[in-house]
Design a protein around this ligand. Structure first.
Ligand SMILES: [Fe+2]
Length: 232
């Protein structure tokens, strides 16, 4: 059974894509280690206190400032807070593919806010109108690839390095595929309305979290197929 309500929400939410919003937040000083890779580490549970482990102490003041900034911007005081750091040689590949961050389909929730900072080679993004056909099935078809194909002629824009920016889940972006060899620092501080239950999250020793046993990339993302007009 197709979920047409879900499709309708998607058609509304992704109709006008967002650009990253520059934010007036202090510059971080990258850590004095060769590399640090942290993926979506929980630092504050909803209604909880910030718990920043020693590994992230270099980012402590910035995390608090970003959180205050987000509260000022949105008026929301009770989000989850997750931190991602990729500091060191660029190794991952998937970030160079066009995507939405946290493109949760449960869009009746408050959209998450992602605050991003990079020291060089800033993200690329595209704006414009994304028309989602009625025959598109969000539970079957790959939305990222669909958007990439629909927006293929929209110009590639570039955000700014060394400038905090806020990305909504409706900001279509990627890491610049021409990222030079060598070290790069990427920081993302996210405020979603729901817990990110994902087996791939880096564990925070100060916050006992259950082993989620859930891998949304494998169980959902990798199973999506390419939408083709000819199929419909
Ligand atoms: Fe992203």
């Amino acid at each position: 059974m197709r979920d047409f309500q879900l499709l309708k929400r998607l058609q509304d939410d992704f109709h006008d894509l967002d650009a990253p919003i520059p934010c007036d937040i202090r510059q971080p000083t990258p850590p004095q280690v060769e590399s640090q890779m942290i993926l979506r580490m929980l630092v504050r549970a909803k209604y909880g206190e910030m718990k920043i482990p020693w590994k992230l102490s270099w980012l402590n003041d910035v995390i608090h400032e970003v959180s205050e900034y987000d509260m000022g911007l949105t008026g929301i005081r009770d989000s989850w807070c997750y931190v991602t750091v990729r500091h060191g040689p660029v190794v991952t590949r998937t970030d160079s593919q066009w995507h939405f961050d946290g493109a949760s389909f449960r869009t009746e929730l408050i959209p998450e806010r992602n605050y991003v900072w990079v020291n060089h080679t800033p993200p690329q993004f595209k704006t414009g109108k994304l028309l989602i056909f009625d025959s598109f099935d969000p539970l079957k078809h790959d939305l990222f690839r669909y958007a990439e194909e629909r927006l293929v002629h929209n110009p590639i824009q570039e955000a700014e390095a060394k400038q905090w920016m806020m990305m909504t889940p409706f900001c279509f972006h990627r890491r610049n595929p021409q990222v030079p060899e060598g070290s790069r620092t990427f920081i993302r501080i996210s405020f979603p309305d729901i817990e990110a239950r994902d087996i791939n999250n880096t564990h925070n020793p100060l916050l006992p979290t259950p082993a989620y046993g859930r891998d949304p990339v494998k169980s959902f993302r990798n199973r999506l197929s390419r939408y083709s007009v000819r199929d419909h």
